[in-house]
Design a protein around this ligand. Structure first.
Ligand code: ZN
Length: 78
């Protein structure tokens, strides 16, 4: 059976939806299978995954902290 084999192009087109798990199980499984066989797409997927993890970390962590410090300063005046 090769009807659900994806091309690299198809995988890259759906990579972001794949990482967000916005695809149905069959699609996710088909991409998983492709990534197991295709080193290029696997490397690309890993790169995007790490980039996202970093953006999420730096994007959310410092902001609330700064906000809390500013609020604390304001509250300390009263
Ligand atoms: Zn590929």
């Amino acid at each position: 059976m090769s009807q659900d084999d994806l091309t690299c192009e198809e995988v890259l087109e759906q990579l972001f939806a794949y990482l967000d798990e916005e695809l149905d199980d069959d699609r996710l499984a088909a991409i998983d299978r492709h990534l197991e066989r295709c080193r290029d797409c696997f490397t690309r997927a890993e790169f995007e995954k790490r980039l996202r993890a970093r953006v999420q970390q730096t994007g959310t962590a410092p902001a609330p902290d700064r906000l809390r410090q500013r609020l604390k300063k304001v509250l300390d005046r009263y």
